[in-house]
Design a protein around this ligand. Structure first.
Ligand code: NAD
Ligand code: GLY
Length: 361
């Protein structure tokens, strides 16, 4: 049974459809494709699994494909350019539609290419990882990494629709699946205590990919994400709370080299660091911090920072973050489990204390 949620952004509103067997549903795709020209952007891992059935469902369209190398390290301006090469080579017009078939890397890059090509063409998100289904495909953040900073080049650009096909998650490997759980847990922590408690009771069902539990978790995550985006599309306020753990996490991703830690893994570690800092400010209790660590451990995620990355390097990397103002580091912290505070400038000595003490034995 499919579920449909709506992102409400006036003329940029769109549905998120969640359920099995959606990615090659010809009728559904036809509702959101703008003209005969369709470019599918995907990667070398996903193409052998899902490209052909998707192509078959697009009979009657002029369909081209752009298959990118797989990995966070290829989320670059250089690789993005190959999408433009493809669009231009095939003389794609402004009314063409780009379909991003893949995880967050493909979704972010495909979306950014759609935002830029001829100043904007339509695009459809078909997220194929748990992380992409619960987070990156919703809300219109698109872009690429820079060697000096994660997601530093990009645009807000909303898709025509999101087709979150739960059946494709069966081919995802265990490490990637756990990485997606990090963003699911995030929603509970920042704004949905009831969901956090549900996750504590059901995390093993999710790891076993129980269909019912998985659909519920995806739907509840997307509902939370859509509510935040509806309220603050361009991140002038509440949307920044979706970045819990990300200031620390992005520093880990950049500092260790893109692709070493999965995004969700870095977010799990970063969230534990943010919880430690929230405790130092007197907001979370030690028991809360432990409760947060426990759920990440049960989700098979790392919770301690890499030994090779020292506090000074992390601080230097944290100073390149989109939330910062006038060069000052701002972080998202938890007032309590289920409620995040807006971005905050914290005494740098406290940040340093977390970075030198938490998880360093
Ligand atoms: P990913 O896109 O690298 O995908 C993870 C791996 O799984 C890749 O190797 C991919 O080829 C493979 N894969 C994808 N679907 C599969 C399937 N169904 N079966 C088998 N293998 C499959 O990583 P991700 O975790 O999906 O996304 C991380 C990216 O998302 C990061 O770049 C991060 O910055 C970005 N992100 C963006 C937002 C946003 O709001 N735009 C939010 C969160 C994260
Ligand atoms: N993943 C953060 C955001 O969409 O704002």
């Amino acid at each position: 049974m499919n579920k449909t949620l709506q992102v409400e952004l006036a003329e940029r509103s769109y549905p998120i459809i969640i359920g099995p067997g959606l990615y090659n549903n010809a009728a559904l795709l036809a509702q959101h494709i703008k003209s005969k020209q369709v470019l599918i952007v995907t990667n070398t891992t996903i193409a052998p699994l899902y490209l052909e059935p998707l192509m078959a469902s697009l009979e009657g369209y002029q369909v081209c494909q752009c298959v990118l190398p797989d990995g966070e390290q290829y989320k670059t301006l250089e690789v993005l350019n190959t999408i433009f090469d493809c669009l231009l080579e095939h003389r794609f017009s402004r009314n063409a539609t780009l379909i991003a078939l893949g995880g967050g890397v493909i979704g972010d890059m495909g979306g950014f290419a759609a935002a830029c090509y001829q100043r904007g063409i339509a695009f459809i998100q078909i997220p194929t990882t748990l992380l992409a289904q619960v987070d990156s495909s919703v809300g219109g953040k698109t872009g690429v990494n820079h060697i000096k900073g994660k997601n530093m080049i990009g645009a807000f650009y909303q898709p025509q629709c999101v087709l979150a096909d739960t059946s494709v998650l069966q081919t995802l490997d265990a490490r990637q699946f756990s990485a997606g759980l990090a963003e699911v847990i995030k929603y509970g922590l920042i704004r949905d205590l009831e969901f956090f408690i549900w996750l504590e009771a059901n995390i093993e069902r999710l790891l076993a990919r129980d269909t019912e539990a998985l659909s519920y978790a995806i739907e509840r995550s997307c509902l939370n994400k859509a509510q935040v985006v509806n309220e603050d599309e361009f991140e002038t306020g509440a949307r920044a709370t979706l970045n819990l753990g990300h200031t620390f996490g992005h520093a880990i991703e950049t500092g260790t080299g893109y692709g070493t830690y999965l995004h969700g893994e870095a977010v799990a570690i970063g969230t534990c660091q943010a919880a430690d800092l929230s405790h130092r400010l007197g907001w979370l209790t030690q028991a809360d911090v432990q409760r947060i660590q426990e759920i990440f451990v049960r989700a098979q995620l790392p919770i301690t920072p890499p030994a090779a990355l020292d506090a000074n390097s992390i601080i230097a990397l944290m100073s390149v973050d989109k939330k910062n103002i006038d060069g000052k580091i701002r972080v998202i912290l938890l007032e309590r489990i289920g409620k995040a505070a807006l971005p905050l400038t914290v005494d740098s000595a406290l940040i340093e204390k977390t970075l030198t003490s938490y998880g360093r034995s």
